[in-house]
Design a binder for this molecule. Structure first.
Ligand code: DGY
Length: 334
């Protein structure tokens, strides 16, 4: 008889996962040694480079920059990087491709939670939630007033969606229930089939300029890449309506933040809701936090227990398949 000795594999996990997935990791997987950064803060770079050594698979988060340095620290046996996120702007894809390392992401499962957060920010910004809450806390709630803290509503309005992908569509479907009259959308191409799925409102593929000028509400729902980086700069904000409700739940880098701050200072924007900033975390003394009409959340778009658990489960499936040399269930380029 021949004895086959299977070489044990090494799986590097860069954070503690949601409970159900963490429990799975702790039960272990046959033939796999798991090394994990267990603190609830991003793994320091030096630690990542060290831990990556000899890895066959890396399960990472959007807080880990994955580039040639990490891949080379891991070594040529590395087969897969699986990020527990749908966005992968923190991963240098050409560096992975050059080394034939697969990349897995978690699409689909966070669409609803992220669209919910987008609607939350649209309404919170439009109805001046921050100012209202602050007034109550500071004892500035006077008598009911016909004119105090008036916001705007979605009925009969035009909403611009930048990026009509899974999340953009889910946002549009939610907002149409609020009586939106027209959606203008931007993206790499027109999506006629997708348009038909949004009933009860006009849906038009639009030039950016028109979207900026005509929209009462603008939601960013696209990926961060070379084309979208700093796409919303001072010039773009200057074209928007003075009453615009501007919401970004995608990536902070899509907005040129100094341009946004300038526009806010000059009172050019109605209200702003952000779930993403540059950097993250945003320092608490950031000027961005000084505007009462700007609400900032700490990147919690996908932050429900259900969604985060689904994301970590997919991230585990991706990494296990990749380590076996199988096709990933959710590759970045599906
Ligand atoms: C992602 O998945 O890219 C989000 O930013 C976090 O859920």
């Amino acid at each position: 008889t021949t004895m086959t000795t299977l070489q044990r594999q090494r799986l590097v996990v860069t954070r503690t996962l949601p409970q159900a997935s963490q429990a799975r990791l702790e039960k272990g997987f046959e033939g796999i040694d798991i090394v994990q950064w267990r603190e609830d803060r991003a793994i320091p770079r030096a630690e990542l480079l060290n831990m990556a050594k000899g890895a066959d698979g890396i399960l990472c988060l959007l807080t880990d920059k994955i580039d040639a340095e990490v891949l080379d620290a891991a070594g040529p046996q590395l087969k897969v990087v699986s990020t527990m996120s749908v966005g992968y702007d923190h991963v240098n894809v050409p560096d992975l491709e050059a080394r034939k390392v697969a990349l897995g992401i978690t699409p689909g499962v966070l669409t609803e939670a992220t669209a919910d957060t987008t609607v939350l920010l649209v309404l919170a910004a439009a109805r001046r939630l921050r100012e209202g809450v602050d007034a109550v806390i500071k004892g500035q709630w006077g008598t009911w007033s016909p004119t105090w803290l008036l916001g705007s509503q979605l009925t009969d309005k035009t909403v611009g969606i930048v990026g009509l992908g899974r999340i953009g569509v889910a946002v549009a479907k939610r907002l149409q229930a609020f009586g939106v009259r027209k959606f203008l959308y931007q993206g790499t191409r027109r999506k006629e089939e997708t348009e038909k799925g949004i009933t009860g409102a006009i849906v038009e593929f639009s030039e950016m300029d028109r979207l900026l000028r005509e929209s009462d509400v603008i939601c960013i729902c696209c990926a961060l890449n070379d084309k979208t980086k700093n796409m919303f700069d001072y010039d773009a904000f200057s074209k928007m309506k003075e009453t615009v409700v501007f919401v970004n739940t995608a990536r902070g880098g899509i907005v040129d933040q100094s341009g946004l701050i300038r526009a806010l200072k000059e009172n050019r924007l109605g209200s702003v809701g952000l779930d993403v900033t540059v950097p993250e975390p945003l320092p608490s003394d950031s000027e961005l936090l000084s505007f009462p009409n700007c609400i900032v959340l700490p990147h919690i778009g996908s932050g429900t227990l259900e969604t985060r658990t689904a994301m970590s489960e997919i991230a585990i499936e991706n990494v296990l398949c990749g380590m076996k040399g199988e096709r990933l269930p959710f590759p970045h380029n599906a």
